[in-house]
Design a protein around this ligand. Structure first.
Ligand SMILES: [Zn+2]
Length: 300
């Protein structure tokens, strides 16, 4: 009896081990590929694909009931995306999910509106788009405040709002089964922050990343990256982005505390060599520095 029990425990242990061994692995080191100013599609598996147009990315999921598309970018990219989806399935695009209100990521939804797609975004995105309307950017049909679970076929996409960070309507999208999150603009792996950090709130950005880090995920698809960068990254890129912002703020603060107050002087003297190998370090670090100067100088 005792040996049977031992056998049962051993078998249960093996089962757990084999589940771990067969957990989905995604190609974290494979670049997106394609031409720098062109487009490319990377199949991740489980019906999940990453689409790139220039340095913009989104993901889409093909289900038995239709397709979920995220961030349609612009009409030109959306037409290419529609064509790529048609190569994979005849099913219609049923939903388009907006990550946030910025037109450079979400214009072009009109292409999918004509095949009957419904649009989803945070309630603040609907308000922003209402204030700054665009004929190629349909307003969300479905809005939410904190969390929303989108279901189609046997798939679920969880939409999560973390408060203001980059504008005040940005959400992240989570595929719970694959433990993937899609994060736009607030995580761009191995690159310094974008230029003057337009519409970014540095302190809220750091808070948001900490909150995301505390959730359960293994992979990140980011909304930006050239063709040379992977379609999907390991979870630690969220932390790396947060630590970059903390290092940037600390470096600017230290220089200001020791008497350098002009943004021009700060731009010339503040260096963070730890990030020299990150993309756009030379060109954009001075702009990042000026943005942080404004944060400390103006409280903005
Ligand atoms: Zn943006």
């Amino acid at each position: 009896m005792k040996s049977l029990l031992h056998l049962a425990i051993l078998l249960a242990g093996l089962l757990v081990l084999s589940n771990v061994a067969t957990a989905q692995k995604f190609p974290i080191s494979e670049p997106m590929g394609g031409k720098p100013f062109g487009s490319s599609v990377k199949k991740l598996g489980n019906g999940v694909y990453v689409f790139r147009w220039w340095v913009y990315r989104n993901f889409f999921i093909v289900t038995d009931e239709g397709v979920i598309v995220t961030d349609p970018m612009n009409p030109k990219a959306a037409r290419i995306l529609q064509h790529e989806i048609r190569k994979i399935t005849d099913k219609p695009v049923r939903y388009v999910v907006y990550s946030h209100n910025h037109h450079d990521h979400i214009s072009g939804g009109i292409i999918f509106k004509s095949e009957g797609a419904k649009f989803i975004g945070h309630e603040n995105v609907k308000k922003e788009l209402g204030d700054h309307p665009s004929p190629v950017t349909p307003l969300p049909d479905i809005t939410f405040k904190d969390r929303y679970t989108l279901s189609l076929g046997d798939r679920k996409v969880k939409l999560e709002y973390y408060g203001p960070n980059h504008g005040d309507g940005l959400i992240i999208m989570r595929l719970p089964k694959e433990k993937i999150i899609f994060v736009v603009d607030i995580v761009t792996p191995r690159r310094v922050a974008f230029r003057m950090m337009p519409d970014f709130w540095p302190d809220e950005w750091i808070r948001t990343l900490k909150e995301i880090e505390a959730t359960d995920f293994d992979y990140v698809i980011s909304g930006h990256g050239p063709h040379t960068q992977p379609a999907i990254d390991p979870a630690n890129v969220v932390k790396e982005q947060r630590v970059y912002l903390e290092d940037l703020m600390a470096a600017v603060k230290t220089a200001m505390d020791s008497g350098t107050h002009s943004p021009d002087a700060l731009q010339k003297t503040v260096k963070i060599p730890k990030y020299e190998h990150w993309r756009s370090y030379k060109k954009w670090l001075p702009m990042n520095i000026e943005r942080i100067w404004a944060f400390y100088h103006m409280g903005w």
